[in-house]
Design a protein around this ligand. Structure first.
Ligand SMILES: *Cc1c(COP(=O)(O)O)cnc(C)c1O
Ligand code: SF4
Length: 339
């Protein structure tokens, strides 16, 4: 069978840090590139995403998210391997059930892009995915627990899977009466917008549940016309689009960058959902923004933006019943600063 156009683009992704730097006219940065970091978690970035990086700018916010650097190999106390307690929360093969009402399905371990700050960079998800087991174990867990009303496809990136494979899963989910919502956590429509093709839209449109697609963009520059078109196609299926971002030093740690991200997302039809404090995973310490700075940035955003353009600033704490808000007095509401 002919590979789909998106599968072709996937295969053509840049995997060599030196090639990436050459494409950007940044040969001199090759000295800071870490072969050890790249061996641990290889560079991978689709060419369309590279095209959105600024040539000749070593501080480019998109480049920083994907380039393996020496800093990653420096051990930092407090930054470990299972930063979010997923090891303890696994309910069965490929299912993580931490929060009431919703179960997260680790559909696949693959991603089209490798984000250096990713908390999954050390997780053995290759063997733990639901698709690998033909969905059977995952479906059994979900079917046996009537409290699960929402199934959340995550990964890795669930849209890494062929549409036929996703359809196989949703066919089986239809038979579970307590499932009432479907959510998809994916970065593919941003980093490889070719993925949102007619076949994917057709699948989404035919689903019997409300569908929420939570994309992942950290900077306004991640959007371009091709991403806008992908978002339009997703919205045309009836899906609700939200964005989650991670607060990252050197990428989006300014009020202007966060404000521009929300506004650019809105232009594409996407509202902000979460702004995550970094999970403290080994190799990502240089991206961390301290809580006081995060709160100040968030308060400034609240003071200058429309309420619906302000994401909830949260952190994932192992054992908590939900993401933990950093703002206000912990009741989950974003309080404006007292003038
Ligand atoms: C983040 C997360 C969810 C979704 O939480 P919401 O607050 O509903 O977005 C569900 N399950 C797991 C395991 C999660 O990490
Ligand atoms: S797309 Fe998401 S899961 Fe994949 S590497 Fe990036 S942050 Fe991690």
């Amino acid at each position: 069978m002919q590979p789909r156009r998106w599968q072709q683009a996937w295969r053509e992704a840049v995997r060599d840090p030196r090639e990436l730097l050459a494409l950007l006219g940044l040969h001199e940065l090759a000295l800071g590139v870490s072969d050890a970091a790249a061996a641990q978690f290889p560079l991978r970035v689709p060419r369309g995403f590279v095209a959105r990086m600024r040539r000749g700018d070593p501080q480019d916010p998109l480049l920083r998210q994907v380039l393996p650097l020496d800093e990653e190999m420096r051990p930092v106390p407090g930054f470990g391997l299972d930063a979010v307690g997923d090891g303890a929360a696994k309910a069965g093969q490929g299912v993580i059930h931490k929060y009431r009402g919703r179960a997260l399905l680790v559909a696949t371990g693959s991603c089209a892009v490798h984000c250096r700050y990713c908390f999954r960079r050390h997780f053995p998800y290759a063997e733990e995915t639901a698709a690998a087991g033909g969905w059977a174990a995952a479906l059994e867990v979900i079917g046996a627990d009537a409290s699960i009303e929402e199934v959340l496809l995550s990964g890795g990136d669930p849209l890494s899977l062929a549409t036929a494979k996703l359809a196989e899963l949703t066919e089986a989910l239809r038979a579970i009466p307590h499932v009432r919502r479907l959510r998809i956590h994916t970065r593919l429509p941003v980093v490889l917008p070719e993925r949102v093709d007619a076949e994917l839209s057709q699948w989404l449109r035919a689903l019997p549940w409300p569908v929420v697609v939570v994309i992942h963009a950290n900077h306004a520059n991640e959007f371009d016309a091709s991403v806008d078109a992908a978002m339009r196609s997703l919205r045309d299926t009836g899906a609700v689009l939200l964005n989650q971002a991670v607060l990252l030093k050197g990428v989006n740690d300014s009020t202007d960058a966060l404000s521009a991200l929300s506004e650019r997302g809105l232009t594409a039809g996407v509202l902000p959902y979460y702004l995550h404090q970094l999970d403290r995973v080994a190799g990502a310490a240089h991206f961390e923004v301290d809580d006081a700075t995060a709160l100040a940035l968030h308060a400034a955003l609240v003071a200058q933006q429309s309420g619906y353009l302000v994401p909830r600033l949260v952190r994932e704490v192992a054992g908590d019943a939900s993401k933990r808000p950093l703002t206000g007095d912990g009741d989950g509401r974003n309080r404006p600063p007292v003038a």
